[in-house]
Design a protein around this ligand. Structure first.
Ligand code: HEC
Length: 355
């Protein structure tokens, strides 16, 4: 199977992180074999999207972690305690009356604390300039998405045409910001800033795909949208379609995902996923295969792999984001375009074999 360079680099970092975790775990008195899930501290500051200036006050809400972690905010600097490792989540920043409530791009954690996050919020003046330039009325019930088109390395991507987007008929756009992040109605493709604007998005979870005729694929994390709020998101642009892998091996392709994406930190030893979910994912291939394809889940009363409707399998839905959220404490897969999500989906489509 092919893995992109970006993913390989991410896996390398994760492997290092796990090794470090093992070392510190042995220092815990009486720790023995029992690895604990150590919650993370995530810190950063609020800035204005257009000027980059720090904001002196505001509020932060965490979306996507249950139970909700505690947030401390001093001026425009925040600290959040209690984020599970290997999670993805969004922060909703607000600083009324000068700024519009803004969901930041997805934040993905490994097993180390995160510091120096910069969370951008849009000023009311800037939001007004978007509506004025693009001629779309400000809606009290719908939301605005400001996407940043990037390549696989995260660099802003110019030249992505508006026709590449498949939008709901009720949405308005796509429109583009120029190289200085100013709205420009004349642009029909992304500038070097990479920013695209889409209005009138329904509250709930939002993610954009490429239109059927497009020569690129778009991958955006499932992101929250709320009435009269702005959602910032990175949209990764790749050549060609999103492909569901074939010839997937359980032992060689699927099992390593449980390590690489942190499922084992909660689902092995005395982790909360083992206690509450009765699922061990402890690296023993035959046992894991049996748990996933034969055992009936005590809580959900179904087998964790669904051969009839693969995308409805518990092992895919629970670690994905839903609106409203399900019982899973976090989400791991960014969207249905996540490479590991697609690998597991391909494996189930091929019969979830112990191969
Ligand atoms: C932050 C800790 C955590 C992480 C990381 C995590 N899980 Fe879980 N998982 C849980 C908990 C807790 C439950 C039980 C939820 C409940 O039923 O209340 C659970 C339940 C599940 C279940 C259902 C078990 C059952 O039958 O009831 C599946 C399947 C599952 N997780 C798969 C995964 C996969 C796959 C990953 C990695 C992609 C993952 N989980 C990562 C904590 C975690």
């Amino acid at each position: 199977m092919r893995t992109t360079m970006a993913l390989k680099m991410m896996f390398a970092t994760l492997a290092l992180g796990l090794a470090a975790c093992g070392e510190s775990g042995s220092d815990v008195p009486g720790g023995g074999d029992d690895e604990e899930v150590i919650p993370l501290l995530v810190a950063g500051s609020l800035v204005d999207f257009q000027t980059g200036d720090s904001l002196s006050s505001g509020a932060i809400n965490v979306d996507g972690i249950s139970p909700p972690p505690s947030v401390t905010l001093v001026g425009g600097n925040f600290e959040i305690a209690g984020i599970p490792p290997y999670s993805n989540f969004h922060l909703l920043a607000s600083s009324p009356p000068t700024h519009r409530s803004t969901y930041g791009s997805v934040i993905v954690t490994e097993d180390i604390d995160v510091d120096g996050l910069v969370i951008e919020t849009l000023s009311e003046d800037f939001v007004a300039s978007l509506h004025a330039e693009f001629g779309v009325a400000d809606s009290a019930t719908l939301s605005v998405v400001l996407g940043k088109l990037v390549d696989e390395n995260g660099s802003a991507l110019a030249g992505v045409p508006g026709t590449a987007f498949q939008l709901e008929p009720t949405m308005q756009g796509p429109f583009f910001l120029d190289a200085d992040r100013a709205p420009d109605l004349r642009l029909s493709e992304s500038s070097s800033s990479g920013y695209v604007v889409i209005f009138d998005v329904e509250p709930g979870l939002v993610s954009f795909q490429a239109s059927p005729g497009a020569t690129v694929s778009l991958a955006m994390a499932d992101s929250p949208a709320a009435a009269r709020a702005v959602t910032l998101a990175e949209i990764v642009v790749q050549d060609g379609d999103v492909v569901i892998p074939t010839g997937v091996s359980f032992s060689a392709d699927v099992a390593p995902i449980f390590d690489n994406r942190g499922c084992v930190t909660c689902h092995s030893k005395n982790g909360i996923g083992k206690d509450l979910g009765g699922l061990h994912l402890n690296g023993e291939v035959n046992k894991m295969h049996k748990e996933l394809t034969e055992e009936v889940s005590e809580r959900h009363q179904i087998v964790r792999v669904n051969l009839e409707t693969p995308a409805e399998s518990l092992m895919l839905t629970l670690p994905s984001k839903e609106d409203p959220p399900d019982v899973h404490p976090n989400s791991t897969f960014l969207s249905a375009a996540d490479a590991d999500y697609l690998t597991i989906l391909g494996w189930i489509q091929e019969g979830a074999l112990n191969n």
